[in-house]
Design a binder for this molecule. Structure first.
Ligand SMILES: Cc1cc2nc3c(=O)[nH]c(=O)nc-3n(C[C@H](O)[C@H](O)[C@H](O)COP(=O)(O)OP(=O)(O)OC[C@H]3O[C@@H](n4cnc5c(N)ncnc54)[C@H](O)[C@@H]3O)c2cc1C
Length: 688
């Protein structure tokens, strides 16, 4: 049977007693809404299997009683890496803020041992049930099944967390986790069996061998790391009534390769006979990775999951049926005197894409989870089943790659699926860093495709590839910020639907170099903002979205529009650039694919000197060279060449695709900056 959490406490062990007054003083000033002068303050200790002593705090004021849980290091001399309550706090806090993984809310971490003798943290008390016996005796089979499934779901939600997005990318050593783990288990098994101990099971030795031979390829890189609890047992879960409301005891948590989680889970299932619901849910959640593994082994290449393949098929059909046939119409309008207006068919296509579930596909499932949590209960937010696609299709960046590539085949396509830059980057910024009010005001209309947005960082007067040079000032005055400065290349700002600019500037020119920058949300209609001119790229002005030069003269914006707080702009810019560049590159692959397709069709139709162009030797040798650096530009350049004069005209899409592709060696940071970052990461990895 289950025990209620409050039934698991008893008197504080004499060796674990500490100064209650000191704790009360500390908690009163560090825990939000902690009663200041309680009429009663009592402490009892949880007695069940705690390596870090854990206490229930009960604080009474009049008739109300508040309960908290305190977890601390044990007293005495400890092994350096053991009992790290600081790490526990870090992981619970990150999961609580950024994911839907059920964890108690944490209130404060105290690393000052002078307060109660050792570091400690205080968290929410969860009133629920704990099952001490994993066999769940005394429960009806139906309830038992529900409990096991809830446990498996909680574990799967944990393993779905994107550690880089939630700030836990450096929480543990990433590479060779699987190899180290298998060796450790093998050693432990050998040490605890044979020679007068329990019999050694030959099947277990076979299993060890099998695991050694099946260490996944990416284990040595640690590139797809996820978070692992390290001691995920049913008695570390709090249920209410059949749902997991909290995962406890994070002492052994660390990072491990994601597909290893599946292996680990299967091994655990066989060791503990836990329940294969865990494995099933993992297969559902991590199925793409394991599926890819198998297909990688069989064919030598990755193949996307069934879900992604199905989406890709639908997307390609949409492109062929709806978008390619409209391209000429869109170009015609964009070159006419009405160039800064929107073709009515664009909005129709957006509605169709929404209906087909081809909407906001770029949103990573992790960002979607944060937004769902923040926007839960808001009426305007369409999170019900019929509108599920407003927060994407729950894809990983890898999965979206297969779809992004298809969208890149037409410069008009991404925005039809609400997946166009700079909106994607801006939505991602709001999804990751915006507060509830900011999400409500700006994210919802962006998700719905009702408005568009721009990102204003680059300035004409300073070398903007280095964002520390930015000079635009964002100065706090009372309840507002006043913006003064000049920006250029703000893409999308000419679009008549553009309502929001995310502006980067400096709130404090005297702060440390990377803390001077802030980002603020600005309504484009705010007085003092002047669009000076649209800029052109090799003669294309990219109407109707355009790239604007904008001046800001005493533009007054409500203080609540600051993102994350003053001095956090650099940090946000880094987070924004990563996925943005990735999306551009994936679209470039699509542009190259399209160029290749058009080129081959042309070369098979047109004859020079008595032969089809495709039959000339130079064409054959060129076509074999597509995997070079700057691949997209090379392919498009070849496609233009094959078309002769038609290739540089606007009668085909090639010149525009080439111009757009060329800009991407500068836009979103020049090649040199990205190469510098890659070199830095490679050097860091070599030092590990
Ligand atoms: C089509 C297009 C759209 C754009 N859209 C936006 C937008 O929406 N919002 C926005 O804010 N900006 C936008 N930009 C601007 C773009 O982000 C900047 O142009 C880019 O960051 C470079 O800044 P810069 O032009 O000031 O060049 P600079 O910083 O002056 O750099 C010039 C050159 O210096 C070299 N260089 C720089 N750093 C290094 C280094 N570390 N090592 C070696 N060489 C280096 C590179 O060759 C680089 O091209 C856009 C640009 C284009 C072309």
């Amino acid at each position: 049977m289950a025990s209620r959490t409050c039934d698991l406490v008893g008197r504080v062990h004499p060796a674990h007693q500490f100064d209650l007054d000191a704790l009360l003083r500390y908690a009163s000033s560090h825990v939000h809404a902690f009663p200041l002068s309680p009429s009663k303050f009592s402490v009892s200790q949880f007695g069940y299997g705690q390596s870090n002593p854990t206490f229930l705090l009960e604080v009474s004021s009049g008739s109300s009683v508040k309960r908290y849980v305190l977890r601390k290091k044990p007293p005495g001399k400890l092994l350096e890496s053991a009992h790290a309550v600081e790490r526990e706090f870090q992981v619970i806090e990150a999961l609580g803020i950024h994911t839907q993984v059920p964890v108690p809310k944490v209130f404060c971490l105290c690393t000052d041992s002078s307060v109660i003798g050792t570091p400690f943290y205080i968290m929410e008390y969860l009133d629920g049930r704990i099952f001490l016996d994993p066999g769940l005796p005394g429960l009806a089979p139906k309830s038992r099944r529900a409990i096991y499934q809830a446990a498996a779901k909680a574990l799967a939600s944990l393993h779905s967390a994107d550690v880089d997005t939630i700030g836990l990318g450096k929480f543990g050593r990433r590479e060779n986790y699987c190899k180290r783990q298998v060796e450790r288990w093998a050693k432990q098994y050998i040490a605890s069996t044979g020679d007068g101990k329990s019999d050694r099971n030959p099947k277990m030795l076979e299993l060890v061998d099998w695991l050694r031979q099946h260490v996944p390829l990416e284990d040595s890189l640690g590139a797809t790391s996820g978070l692992v609890h390290g001691d995920f047992r049913i008695d570390n879960l709090v249920f209410h009534p059949l749902r997991v409301i909290g995962i406890l005891d994070w002492e052994l948590s660390t990072l491990e390769t994601k597909c290893v989680m599946l292996h680990t889970c299967m091994v655990l299932a066989s060791f503990y006979n836990f329940n294969n619901a865990t494995v099933q849910v993992h297969l559902e959640q991590l199925g793409n990775e394991s599926e890819n593994q198998d297909l990688l082994k069989e064919t030598g290449r990755f193949v996307p999951s069934k879900k992604v393949q199905e989406l890709r098929k639908r997307l390609i059909k949409f492109m062929e049926d709806r978008i390619y046939p409209m391209e000429n119409e869109f170009y015609k309008l964009a070159q006419s005197t009405m160039r800064w207006t929107i073709h009515p068919e664009e909005e129709n296509l957006k509605e169709l894409a929404k209906r087909e579930g081809l909407w906001n596909l770029f949103i990573p499932f992790e960002s979607a989870a944060r937004a769902k949590k923040l926007l839960d209960g808001i009426n305007e937010f369409p999170v019900d089943k019929s509108n599920d696609c407003f927060l994407g299709a729950g894809l990983s960046n890898l999965e979206y790659g297969y779809l992004c590539e298809v969208m890149g085949r037409s410069v008009w396509a991404p925005q039809m699926f609400n997946c166009g830059a700079p909106d994607t980057g801006n939505m991602e910024v709001l999804l990751r860093y915006g507060d509830k009010e900011q999400l409500q005001e700006w994210l919802i209309p962006l998700l719905e495709g009702k408005i568009r947005s721009g990102f204003a960082m680059t300035e004409p007067e300073v070398a903007s590839s280095d964002a520390t040079n930015i000079e635009c000032s964002i100065k706090r005055e009372g309840d507002s910020y006043i913006i003064n400065g000049k920006k250029w290349w703000t893409s999308g700002a000419m679009d008549p639907r553009c309502r929001l600019l995310i502006v980067m500037g400096k709130a404090d020119f005297t702060a440390p170099m990377h803390k001077q920058q802030s980002m603020i949300l600005v309504d484009i209609q705010t007085p003092g903002m002047h669009i000076q001119r649209p800029l052109t790229v090799f003669g294309f002005d990219d109407a109707p979205h355009g790239h604007a030069e904008i001046s800001f003269e005493n533009v007054s914006v409500p203080a609540k529009n600051i993102l994350l707080g003053e001095g956090r702009g650099f940090e946000i810019a880094q987070g924004r650039l990563g996925p943005g560049r990735l999306h551009h590159c994936l679209r470039l692959i699509g542009a190259a694919e399209r160029g290749m397709q058009i080129m081959v069709q042309r070369a098979l139709r047109r004859k020079t000197f008595g032969k089809f162009i495709a039959e000339h030797g130079s064409f054959r040798s060129d076509i074999a060279k597509v995997a070079a650096p700057n691949m997209a530009l090379k392919v498009l350049d070849m496609a233009i060449q094959v078309h002769g004069a038609a290739g540089v005209s606007s009668d085909t899409v090639l010149a525009h695709l080439w111009a757009t592709s060329r800009t991407l060696r500068i836009a979103d940071g020049p090649d040199e900056v990205h190469l510098g970052t890659i070199a830095k990461l490679e050097l860091q990895r070599a030092k590990l």
